[in-house]
Design a protein around this ligand. Structure first.
Ligand code: BJW
Ligand code: ZN
Length: 228
């Protein structure tokens, strides 16, 4: 079994999902789709930097929920995630593939190769690359940018090889990541979806379980009680 997760996995830890992020709060008037793009960064780097600082602090305060913990209890599982948070790692998961990078590091916007971990509790503001002088930016994948090639290759392999793809908390609208569900299905895997509502992947589901990830995933993965 391989898991393929999105923002819904971390929602109950208090990390807002991408497509619900506009409901209320300080950042309600800003479109996350715009902020998470090279165009948004070019237009207003200070705004994008402040948005990431806000999210980094929120993630630093968040704790893994029951779904992260249940997934991490299966060391044989590969976890392909679109999430940039570190909650699967903090739950103890070892095999995590982050398709959209990590919010826990900054990298050089000019792709000179410079990358450094950031303090999530006290995130830095705008800074320049010590190697080439370009701007540093979060080590995440923005719209229009290529996914890290080794993460993508490993994720494709995992999805081709699995018997069951457990799809958790994703709207399945962002590509190429969402295409992994169809890839797994074409390769013969059963598709099990956990989401609070129907998603763009619903038509591919062999089993669709509607509910909160923190309740459904532990119930699904827990060891059956042994007869005495
Ligand atoms: C619960 C729950 C609970 C809630 N329990 N469930 C037209 C067609 C196809 C593709 C394109 C197109 N036009 C443009 C594109 C390409 C574009 C794309 O896909 N756009 C679509 C929006 C149309 N893709 C790209 O640009 C990608 N790159 C690319 O294509 O490169 C080409 C290239 C090749 C070679 C060289 C150069 C370029 C890159 C995509 C990067 C996405 N990045 C983001 C931001 C990351 C950084 C950050 O976080 O700041 O990744 S966008 C955002 O969406 C984030 C997420 O990982 C991603 C997916 O969202 P996710 O996780 O599904 O979240 P939500 O909010 O959408 O859904 C949450 C779900 O949870 C919902 O279903 C809820 O119901 C559910 N839920 N609570 C269970 N408690
Ligand atoms: Zn650089």
């Amino acid at each position: 079994m391989v898991s393929f997760s999105g923002a819904g996995l971390s929602a109950e830890s208090g990390v807002p999902t991408f497509r619900d992020a506009q409901t209320g709060g300080l950042w309600a008037k800003h479109d996350p789709m715009r902020l998470a793009s090279p165009q948004g960064f070019a237009e207003d780097p200070q705004l994008v930097s402040e948005w990431y600082a806000h999210r980094r602090r929120a993630i630093a305060e968040a704790q893994p929920n029951g779904a992260h913990i249940a997934l991490a209890r299966h060391p044989e599982m590969i976890h392909v995630t679109q999430n940039v948070d570190d909650l699967l790692h903090r739950a103890g998961a070892k095999q995590v593939i982050q398709l959209h990078g990590t919010i826990a590091a900054d990298r050089c916007h000019a792709s000179c190769g410079y990358e450094e971990a950031v303090d999530m509790t006290d995130p830095p503001g705008l800074r320049h690359c010590p190697d080439c002088g370009d701007q540093l930016r979060p080590a995440v994948v923005w719209f229009g940018e290529a996914l890290p090639s080794s993460a993508w290759t490993d994720a494709e392999q995992a999805c081709r090889d699995c018997d069951v793809l457990l799809v958790i908390g994703t709207s399945a609208v962002v590509y190429p990541a969402a295409g992994l569900i169809g890839l797994a299905k074409s390769a013969g895997a059963k598709i099990v979806i956990v989401n609070t509502q129907a998603s763009d992947a619903s038509s591919l589901a062999d089993v669709e379980l509607l509910g909160n990830a923190s309740e459904v995933v532990p119930a699904l993965l827990e060891e059956p009680a042994r007869p005495r």
